[in-house]
Ligand binder design. Structure first.
Ligand code: HEM
Length: 321
């Protein structure tokens, strides 16, 4: 146990040290310790209460943090509402199915009542995603805080989100541009152990796939038939990524091995020789998946973080001050 804790501590130090490459100096594990000691508890309680009434929102919070970090860094830009002069990230087609904004608003309001103008929306979102993973049965981990909120949120920036039809080379390139290794890209994709996708994200795999195939040959035919049936209800019908949509486990990687990956970008991780062994290792060893997932999440949470005057602490997560 002591050894395991030491390994975690060491890994965390490595991630934070390597974060210096990302220009992150001012974040800390005890940032709110004196400034707003109840912040972490408020976020945790708010997330737990919300997930108790709707467990599917764990997926929403996790995905929202990812979409925040990949665009303009983890700066809460995804939380900003559009204004009459600006269409914000959240109104991009890639973000229309994001869920859980009201949980962030709720936590923010309670925190503002305790310590006004201190805790950023970007930090609240990072903590909420972390707490959602744990609530769903995933690993528990600490994250550094002290992120500032950004002032830019533009629909056109969301073109830098990965598309569901990407193959493994395209995923490797895009995640590589953000400083992630192939292994980190695969382990982060394991977030698809939670949640669902809508038919609009995968229906291209079910009919007229290419000139020689009706359905995607990487897809198990029984699973394809099941999906086709689901999608008779229309583009917004949903299918889970794995058989345990509200549990954070390694069932997603087992599904890929059975050719039951929902998106092209999921199944490609098993189909491609560059990533298959990594998928197999997580399918076989859940503890390895959990450990490497938490490391990659801490790293993702440090992407292009804003500090000092580069950002602000928004008073309302939906509006710049
Ligand atoms: C590897 C590239 C990725 C692609 C192409 C991708 C794409 C998608 C798509 C298309 C959906 C379904 C959207 C819909 O149909 O409404 C989705 C859902 C989801 N994504 Fe990803 N994603 C990727 C990586 C990630 C990462 C790194 C995370 C988090 C760390 C993440 C977390 C989620 C979650 C939790 C859901 C389910 C959301 C819900 O049920 O509301 N994804 N993703």
């Amino acid at each position: 146990m002591v050894f395991y804790n030491l390994v975690i501590l060491f890994s965390l130090l490595m991630v934070i040290t390597s974060a210096r490459r990302f220009g992150v100096h001012g974040l800390s594990m005890i940032y709110y310790g004196m400034r707003c000691p109840l912040a972490e508890n408020i976020v945790r309680d708010t997330v737990n209460n919300a997930l108790q009434s709707d467990p599917t929102l764990a997926a929403g919070l996790l995905r929202m943090h990812f979409h925040d970090c990949f665009i303009e860094g983890c700066d809460g830009s995804v939380l900003l509402d559009s204004t009459k002069d600006n269409t914000a990230e959240k109104d991009s087609p890639a973000n229309l199915s994001l869920r859980g904004y009201e949980i962030i608003d709720d936590a923010k309001q309670q925190i503002e009542n305790q310590c006004p103008g201190v805790v950023s929306c970007a930090d609240i979102l990072a903590m909420a995603a972390r707490d959602a993973v744990f609530w769903a049965g995933g690993p528990v981990y600490d994250i550094p805080t002290g992120r500032k909120d950004g002032r830019r949120s533009k629909i056109e920036d969301t073109r830098n989100l990965p598309a569901p039809f990407f193959n493994s080379s395209e995923l490797i390139t895009m995640f590589g541009q953000h400083g992630f290794s192939v292994q980190e890209m695969v382990v982060l994709s394991g977030a698809h152990t939670l949640g669902v996708a809508r038919c609009s994200s995968f229906k291209n795999r079910l009919t007229k796939f290419d000139s020689t195939h009706d359905t995607d040959p990487a897809l198990d035919s029984g699973f394809a038939a099941k999906l086709s049936k689901t999608c008779t209800a229309g583009d917004n019908a949903e299918a889970p990524f794995d058989e345990t949509r509200n549990s954070f486990d390694n069932a997603y990687f087992n599904a890929l091995q059975k050719k039951a990956g929902l998106l092209t970008s999921d199944q490609t991780l098993f189909a491609s020789a560059r990533t298959r062994n990594i998928v197999n290792s997580y399918a076989m060893n859940e503890a390895k998946f959990f450990f490497e997932f938490q490391q990659a999440m801490v790293k993702m949470g440090l992407l292009d973080v804003k500090e000092g005057k580069a950002g602000e602490v928004r008073l309302d997560c939906r509006k710049i001050n």
